[in-house]
Design a binder for this molecule. Sequence first.
Ligand code: ATP
Length: 197
Amino acid sequence: MLKVGITGNIGSGKTTVSRIFEILGVPVFYADDAAKTVMVEDPILIDSLKKEFGGESYFDDGSLNRKHIASIVFHNETQLAKLNAIVHPAVFRAFDNWVGSIKEAPYVMKEAALLFESSSYKMCDKTIMVTAPLELRISRVMQRDNLSHAEVESRNARQFPEEKKTQLADFVIRNDDTELVIPQVLELHRKFSSLVQ
Ligand code: ATP
């Protein structure tokens, strides 16, 4: 099964673009949603997290104590790297299981904000980077999440710069209001579908 990774920095529109692929019949795995699920469902991950960050990482009902985890990793790169080293492999396992469950599809996609940062792009046959200028991305997210300009800017600063990811990606979709998005999606859809015929 051909695996296509799709990413983009905050507010680029990677989820919006992924939904268009879904409308075309392409199954999409949303890695960020999967990360939230595995944190409360994957026994290996739960065990590792408790060992690393303490039993108080979970409440008695099994739900995640997000505040506790956030307070440890927020301003500490080393702790954040430790958290990622626990969560990313669990998401990789979930993706593998999910791919195995797909019976029929021309290809599948993995949507992940940190596709390149987490090295999960290495598990994909092709990659797409969705781009848009910083100010446009910031204004989209301010509107969507009711955040300040500075808050969105600081979240963006934690991701690799767009230029770096654009260089690493096989394909780029420009979602910057200067080019229509659907024709760009259709062109890639035709390309990927023909690769597997
Ligand atoms: P994040 O990394 O923050 O999850 P994202 O890259 O997945 O963001 P989306 O959630 O798809 O981005 O888009 C961000 C916001 O911008 C959403 O509210 C979405 O509806 C809007 N948006 C995306 N693309 C466009 C567009 N071409 N025109 C207008 N609004 C758009």
